[in-house]
Design a protein around this ligand. Structure first.
Ligand SMILES: Nc1ncnc2c1ncn2[C@@H]1O[C@H](COP(=O)(O)OP(=O)(O)OP(=O)(O)O)[C@@H](O)[C@H]1O
Ligand SMILES: [Mg+2]
Length: 298
């Protein structure tokens, strides 16, 4: 380990298709290339992050591997779920694979709760305790990685439901990927409102690490204007200097089951994620010595 403690970062934006998975996967690989030990946790039932690595989910399941669904449904520690890549990333990158069954986790936990109440004749107060325990399962599962890896990156589904809440409860920081379009900016107030509630009620440690712009056209005036808007909204220090340019390489890489570094290692698309990885390390190291208090200034 290179950091003094394990740092957990959740990628958050309820807007679909705004670069969450691309950022999680590429940042995980970028940090691993800088010799940090990294675990990526795929909590999205779409499993795009898992697929991006070329992992065959069906084969993993047949071979008896656990998935992130087992963290929620069977209290399985993430350390028992992760898979490693013997010939890739210098063995410093691990992935906890997603599962389509993650989409039914909230309903299954609700039935578990109802059964417990019916069986034990428990009161409302106990129902609250059970809900609290269920929301904390991902966090508890991640505790198995403390002191073992530098970074835990959590990819999340495009909504603000149960899974997203569990990711925010588990995290020290959240990062917001955005594509520069008016539609992508609209939901940000709601997202910050949700993160603020989680911070106040469930996870006082949670902080915004930064907003990262992706799919940027460096020639478009609009994209530069949106960066300024984000800086005004969140503060200059909360928008990453590094923006990820629009490149077909980012769309190609997951199709071939490779990260951007394996697919286009010496092109700008990969370099930008190295730069972003360095910025993430700098911010985290600065916070570790001087913690800030607010989720964000909005
Ligand atoms: N910098 C980029 N340049 C070009 N295409 C990009 C870039 N970043 C991401 N994409 C593409 O945009 C699409 C959406 O990105 P991605 O899957 O990362 O978003 P997401 O927020 O994870 O989506 P979802 O909400 O469905 O999980 C993908 O096809 C991806 O390959
Ligand atoms: Mg995604």
């Amino acid at each position: 380990m290179k950091l003094p403690k394990t740092v957990v970062i959740a990628m958050a934006n309820q807007k679909g298709g705004c670069g969450k998975t691309t950022t999680t996967v590429s940042l995980a690989a970028g940090l691993a290339k800088l010799d940090y030990r990294v675990v990526l946790i795929d909590t999205d039932p779409q499993c795009n992050a898992t697929d991006s690595f070329g992992l065959d989910r069906e084969a993993l399941a047949k071979d008896g591997f656990f998935t992130v669904a087992d963290a929620y449904l069977a209290n399985r520690p993430i350390s028992e779920i992760v898979v490693n890549f013997p010939d890739r990333f210098g063995q410093t990158l691990f992935v906890a694979a997603g599962h389509r069954g993650l989409s039914t986790v909230p309903q299954r936990l609700e039935s578990e709760l109802q059964e417990a109440l019916a069986r034990d004749g428990a009161s409302n107060l106990e129902a609250d305790d059970i809900r609290q325990e269920q929301r904390g399962r991902l966090r508890k599962s991640i505790e198995s990685l403390h002191g073992q890896v530098d970074f835990v990156l959590i990819d999340t589904p495009p909504d603000l439901g149960f899974i997203m809440t569990t990711a925010l409860i588990s995290a020290d920081y959240f990062m917001i990927p955005v594509f520069p379009s008016g539609y992508d900016l609209k939901g940000l107030e709601t997202l910050i409102g949700t993160a603020d509630k989680v911070q106040k009620r469930l996870n006082p440690e949670l902080q915004l690490l930064g907003v990262v712009m992706g799919n940027v056209d460096s020639n478009a005036r609009l994209d530069a204007d949106i960066k300024q808007m984000l800086r005004r909204k969140f503060g200059d220090d909360r928008v990453f200097e590094t923006a990820i340019g629009r490149s077909v390489k980012h769309r190609e890489a997951p199709v071939y089951g490779r990260t951007i570094f394996e697919h286009a290692g010496n092109q700008a698309a990969a370099q930008q994620f190295t730069d972003l990885s360095r910025e993430v390390v700098q911010r985290v190291e600065a916070h570790l010595t001087q913690p800030a208090q607010q989720v964000a200034h909005v």
